[in-house]
Design a protein around this ligand. Sequence first.
Ligand code: ADP
Ligand code: MG
Length: 240
Amino acid sequence: MVRMSGVQKWFGDLHVLQDIDFEVATGEVVVVIGPSGSGKSTLCRAINRLEPINEGTIEIDGVPLPEEGKALAKLRAEVGMVFQSFNLFSHKTVLENVTLGPTKVLGKPKAEAEQRAHELLERVGVANQAGKLPAQLSGGQQQRVAIARALAMDPKVMLFDEPTSALDPEMISEVLETMVDLARRGMTMVVVTHEMGFARTAADRVVFMADGRIVEQNTPDEFFTNPQSDRAQDFLGKIL
Ligand code: ADP
Ligand code: MG
């Protein structure tokens, strides 16, 4: 579903993505971990071209990422993204947040978009919040709305960049449960997270990044019990 080959990216002198070959199969759940500054967010953002790359190729479902224009907008719509900061439209209701993309970008009739939005809000457990503004919701609820909003576009793959890092501790599990449910439904997912419980429960594969490189990847069981590289051993020693 996602294929990055020979990807290089620089921020000035900083070689932030180095020789990245990264594939995600349909239905696969990949957790990306690594120290702060290792390039995890840049990797995610490159996948839907929020960050342009300097070299290499990126394909989504076999289609090379277009440079710009309508074709890029279409492909971007196939890649859902959920950030650390929920990024909801603050002056729109929860329901409007979820229907905006489908009506404006996909051209869905309003009634159809609203019906689907209610289904998705129900699924993520915030059905009774539809008429509220984001600020009236807890952080965990806002993040679940952000997930529903991304799902409303019927993406082929979902990217999560530290989706629980900005949440109060008691709200983390409700968001992770929503993500585990999504994984069980067969969604293709790339998840940057420090939540090792989620990685063990839901990931098919763990990818470890350091200094802009994919240093090591393995099943969660193998990775956590038997990390191969010094960098991974060192990192796990600090977070576990
Ligand atoms: P991670 O998500 O793993 O913490 P990032 O992908 O955010 O890492 O960042 C990787 C490196 O690139 C860091 O050194 C960061 O400071 C740098 N970086 C990120 N975004 C930019 C930018 N827009 N301009 C310059 N440097 C950046
Ligand atoms: Mg990051």
